[in-house]
Design a protein around this ligand. Structure first.
Ligand code: PMP
Length: 394
């Protein structure tokens, strides 16, 4: 039976997180497992009003086929925002609207990766990127993350080995670790990749969600040799499935061919609704609300851990985004903790799936704080502390 399937399916794993989510969806479970934005912050009324306006005023146009690049006024809006927020001069023709960053990763894989090509990824890395790229059968090289971003010595060494085509990074509030690259690391990474002529794929899914510290330039600010990915999932709503790729003209030409072949163009009605929503509402005000809500949840989660977790346990204190990364003492398995936690009705994602090499990260785990309310965070961390106690961590 397996012989009828393409070889590329052999090495592409089912998303472990989706499997976990099936277990954790029972109502009695407090779940820090998913990576979901908080639905209480979805601008339902604004989207309803924008939908009504688009359909009543331009319904026949909005329901027609459209261009592969995406709705020009939306691309102009994104370009203008890059200029205002990051000082980046981007031509709207350097932006391709996609069905979320996940499709952006698939299109990049199609355009760049032959079987056996080397892709450098962060360790731990974003599972969705590992999965999307795996379908093109690359070889992954892992470079570990340190507290202030990628280990640049090891990145340089890996680049010197040659053959790498892409470096995939989430330098701001990384999924899964919550880590943010320092300014120096951004500059060094850009310079290093330029020197080795390797393209940086900079996934900025969480970049707008900073609730502490100062905004930093993107890696794209330091090198044109960067493909920058953006998404409306975390600042408006993921169900609209809308994101974009920002890339130079030569790359864009190829991406357009891949996009055409994949789906002709992204959902035009969604594009029109998002644009109308952006016109009629102050997106910055909306983002401020998200940041306040997530910042308060992060504070509570980290404070609860400081109070109730044994001192030997390490964890990141992200300045934005949606995740905290926990490191248990050596020799303590987060899978063992997971089994106990499920019995106590609390869930998280064990760290190993975020590594492409076996045997790494067995004592690590990811906690999501955006999708829980305050009571759930308090109770969930208390329950995890009980489980840690049972594992004799103290
Ligand atoms: N990149 C990263 C780093 C993510 O965490 C996510 C969402 N989990 C995505 C991309 C996918 O986002 P989108 O909804 O835009 O496809």
């Amino acid at each position: 039976m397996t012989t009828i399937f393409a070889d590329r399916m052999e090495n592409t794993r089912k998303s472990f997180i989706r499997e976990i989510l099936k277990v954790t969806q029972q109502p009695e479970i407090i779940s820090f497992a998913g990576g979901l934005p908080n639905p209480g912050l979805f601008p339902v009324e604004g989207i309803a009003a924008a939908s009504e306006k688009v359909l009543s005023e331009e319904g026949t146009n909005a329901l027609q086929y459209s261009t592969t690049e995406g709705y020009l006024p939306l691309r102009e809006f994104i370009a203008q925002r890059y200029l205002e927020k990051s000082g980046l001069k981007i031509d709207p023709d350097e932006i391709l609207i996609t069905n979320g960053s996940q499709q952006s990763l698939d299109l990049i894989g199609k355009v760049f990766l032959n079987k056996g090509d080397r892709v450098i990824i962060e360790s731990p890395g974003y599972l969705g990127a590992i999965q999307a790229f795996s379908l093109f059968e690359p070889e992954f090289s892992n470079v570990p993350l340190l507290d202030d971003g990628i280990d640049t010595d090891l990145l340089d060494r890996t680049l010197s080995e040659g053959r790498a085509k892409l470096f995939y990074t989430v330098p701001t509030f990384q999924n899964p670790s919550g880590i943010t690259y320092s300014m120096q690391k951004r500059m060094d990474t850009a310079a290093m990749l330029d020197r080795h002529n390797v393209i940086c794929v900079e996934d900025n899914a969480y970049g707008e969600l900073r609730f502490a510290g100062e905004d930093l330039p993107t890696i794209r600010n330091y090198s044109d040799n960067t493909i920058l990915l953006g998404s409306f999932s975390k600042i408006i709503a993921p169900g609209l499935r809308m994101g974009w790729i920002c890339a130079k003209k030569e790359v864009m030409e190829k991406l357009l061919i891949a996009k055409q072949a994949a789906d002709l163009h992204s959902n035009y009605l969604s594009q029109r609704i998002i644009y109308q929503y952006l016109l009629d509402n102050d997106i910055d005000e909306h983002i401020l609300k998200i940041k306040a809500a997530y910042g308060a949840r992060r504070d509570l989660m980290v404070n609860m851990m400081a109070e109730h977790f044994p001192g030997e346990i390490g964890y990141t204190k992200p300045e934005g985004g949606m995740f905290v990364w926990v490191t248990l003492p050596d020799g303590i398995s987060s899978m063992d903790l997971f089994e106990l936690a499920i019995k106590e009705n609390v869930a998280f994602v064990p760290g190993t799936p975020f590594y492409t090499e076996d045997g790494l990260g067995e004592n690590t785990l990811r906690l999501n704080f955006s999708n829980s309310d305050f009571e759930q965070i308090e109770e969930g961390i208390n329950r995890l502390a009980v489980c840690l106690n049972k594992l004799n961590v103290n």
